[in-house]
Ligand binder design. Structure first.
Ligand code: AP5
Length: 216
């Protein structure tokens, strides 16, 4: 589509379905997906100094310190393809301080999608999640069973245990209100308890509405 590149933020509790929906959004809208969790896992895997600092926080389900994440995200948002194609920011900001930092840079979304799923559904989503290291595809042993030919190579994230997920959930609840407070004008709440396709239909409606508002 012509016009200004779109800027989308997506938030929600651990395993609410952010990554699943981001894949669909990228396919349809061509935005650049910036997943802070994925960026951090790549730093950890590469053994960089940022990764070494981040690892223990991620293992515990705590937020990684701002000195590691704030600049990482701001650098990413400044990249040419991101500026050109628009962005889909997944997992950032995750605290009032991060929202403040990005606000100071004049970075605001056209739409802020908040996927709501009650905690009791999330633990099952966490423990059943598996991902394909080759394609990046996210599966679930019950809700999105992997095809037989990829099953053997699937991996489970080290923070996807029930105990760690409970702390990730706690961290989420401790911070979400402060974040949402910055984006009341752009906020669209999405019921994430439905099927993946139904959730995406609502997301599409929200993004299309934001795109029309930007174009107007
Ligand atoms: P991050 O990687 O962002 O993890 P998260 O927020 O816990 O989110 P997840 O990736 O677990 O879940 P998701 O919402 O993407 O769900 P998915 O689509 O996979 O962050 C990890 C860590 O990095 C943090 O704990 C923190 O330490 C650090 N970090 C990240 N950002 C940071 C920041 N800004 N500041 C500081 N530290 C930061 O779906 C989950 C499962 O459910 C899958 O199996 C999927 O198939 C299934 N599923 C999805 N949708 C549905 C549906 N509609 N119905 C049934 N099943 C579904």
């Amino acid at each position: 589509a012509a016009g200004q590149p779109l800027r989308v933020m997506i938030a929600g509790a651990p395993a609410a379905g952010k990554g699943t929906q981001c894949a669909k959004i990228v396919e349809k809208y061509g935005l650049v997906h910036i997943s802070v969790g994925d960026l951090l896992r790549a730093e950890v895997a590469a053994g960089t100094s940022a990764g070494l600092k981040a690892k223990s926080f991620m293992d515990n389900g705590d937020l990684v310190p701002n000195e590691v994440v704030v600049e990482m995200v701001q650098n990413k948002l400044g990249e040419t393809d991101v500026q050109h194609n628009g962005w889909l920011l997944d997992g950032y900001p995750r605290s009032g301080e991060q929202a403040e930092a990005i606000e100071k840079e004049g970075i605001r979304p056209d739409v802020f999608l908040l996927i709501n799923v009650p905690d009791e559904l999330l633990i099952d989503r966490v423990v059943g999640r598996r991902s394909d290291p080759v394609t990046g595809e996210i599966y679930h042993l019950t809700f999105k069973p992997p095809p037989a030919d990829v099953k053997g190579r699937l991996v489970q994230r080290s923070d996807d245990t029930e105990e760690k997920a409970r702390n990730r959930l706690w961290t989420y609840h401790a911070n979400v209100d402060a974040v949402v407070g910055y984006y009341e004008q752009q906020l669209v709440e999405i019921d994430g308890t439905r099927s993946m396709d139904e959730v995406f239909a609502s997301i599409q409606a929200a993004i299309d509405a934001a795109a029309r508002a930007v174009a107007a």
